[in-house]
Design a protein around this ligand. Structure first.
Ligand SMILES: NC(=O)c1ccc[n+]([C@@H]2O[C@H](COP(=O)([O-])OP(=O)(O)OC[C@H]3O[C@@H](n4cnc5c(N)ncnc54)[C@H](OP(=O)(O)O)[C@@H]3O)[C@@H](O)[C@H]2O)c1
Length: 357
């Protein structure tokens, strides 16, 4: 009797808790774990895997909804994107409510490579243009200038949302890193702090940030350059669910597998390098599909790319030191891309990463 029970129990536990990889015809893989992710039964899709054999029959028996080529998985992702409303991504009101309860603007200014007066002027110009979300990092070396521009603006502190990041080289002394960011920004509290990359001691660094959430000096936490496997590994080890993940996203690197996975966890996705990053922007902004769509709406290519992100539920933080561009990048709420136009841009994906992380 005991043996019979074990015979039933062991396979049941395996099916419910252990991720089962299914290899698909086109070389993609899908992992399914019954209980872990109840919102979406597709746990992980890797369309780059070279190995693979057709296990479609098993998938059908288990009733798992999967797609066996890249095109179909893109369509699936668009459907899953409809779920982003669960994190209340509100394009009409230009804001998103985070799982921490705080409200964040859905368009902002990125400040990578902006330093000194250039940074101060860019942030001041963005604030004058109505931008209320600023992204910085210890590594950008500009937190002081950003804090100064915010204080000089005269805009009430509560109206501005500042994201900063601590770098892996700081993870062994996270308290010092957080105190340094608070000191440099000097704006009472930090709206959101991210771990800039996965790295040694990332969990303990995050746990230190959790203490600052308790004390109110940091309001929300997040991660940057965390993908599906990294999230699966990291999330069970921390107490506060990240409110945001910031990753590379642009028409040539769309992360169509990762975005819905993150959003379905109730985590907001924010894209870096929306225009491909410096050195790649003209290639993207002159892409003929994007130019054609821009002409349809009498807007710029940059505005089309930013709007495409918003319609996928992705927060945008384009970088610029040019006041005209900064203003233009805020003017993305007066038009809407059609489903066909969204699909056209989705089809530009080349899985072409423009940076190493
Ligand atoms: N977490 C991470 O690891 C990570 C990595 C990279 C970046 N980031 C964040 O993401 C932000 C965005 O990335 P990024 O700034 O490096 O690259 P980006 O936004 O893709 O591109 C910035 C470039 O686009 C140009 N540009 C901006 N608006 C334009 C417009 N309307 N028309 C034409 N050109 C325009 C800018 O030139 P002008 O100055 O002349 O406007 C600049 O050369 C960064 O600033 C940073 O905050 C995070």
């Amino acid at each position: 009797m005991k043996k019979k029970l074990m015979f039933i129990l062991i396979p049941l536990v395996l099916i419910l808790f252990v991720p089962i990889p299914f290899h698909l015809k086109d070389g993609g893989t899908v992992e399914y774990r019954a209980l872990t992710y109840q919102i979406s039964n597709v746990h992980r899709i890797n369309t780059n895997s070279k190995s693979g054999y057709d296990t479609g029959i098993i998938i059908k028996i288990l009733g798992i909804k999967v797609f066996d080529n890249v095109e179909e998985s893109k369509i699936m992702n668009n459907n899953i994107n409809a779920n982003y409303k669960q994190i209340d991504f509100d394009i009409d009101n230009k804001k998103v409510t985070l799982n921490s309860g705080y409200v964040m603007p859905i368009n902002g200014l990125g400040t990578y490579s902006l330093t000194g007066d250039t940074c101060y002027n860019a942030v001041s110009s963005a604030l004058k243009s109505g931008v209320r979300l600023i992204d910085t990092a210890y590594m950008y070396g500009n937190e002081e200038e950003i804090g100064k521009a915010i204080k000089d603006s005269g805009i009430p502190r509560e109206e501005i949302f500042v994201i900063t990041k601590i770098y892996p080289s700081q993870f062994d002394k996270p308290k010092e890193a957080i105190e340094l960011a608070l000191k440099k920004l000097d704006i009472e509290y930090i709206d959101m702090m991210l771990l800039h990359h996965p790295g040694t001691n990332d969990v303990s660094a995050y746990k230190e940030m959790e203490k600052y959430v308790e004390s109110g000096k940091i309001r929300s936490l997040g991660l940057s350059n965390w993908y599906v496997e990294e999230l699966n590994d990291f999330l069970p080890k921390v107490n506060i669910m990240p409110a945001l993940v910031q990753n590379e996203i642009h028409p040539y690197y769309q992360e169509n597998d990762v975005i819905p996975f993150i959003q379905n966890l109730g985590i907001v996705v924010q894209g870096w390098y929306p225009f491909g990053g410096r050195g790649h922007t003209s290639e993207l902004l002159n892409n003929e599909t994007i130019v054609k769509i821009a002409n349809n709406h009498q807007v710029s290519s940059a505005q089309v790319i930013l709007r495409w992100n918003l319609q996928k539920g992705v927060v945008v933080i384009p970088g610029s030191s040019n006041p005209v561009h900064i203003k233009e990048n805020t003017d993305i709420y007066g038009f809407e891309l059609t489903d066909e136009e969204m699909q056209e841009i989705n089809s530009l994906d080349r899985n072409e990463k423009h940076d190493w992380y």
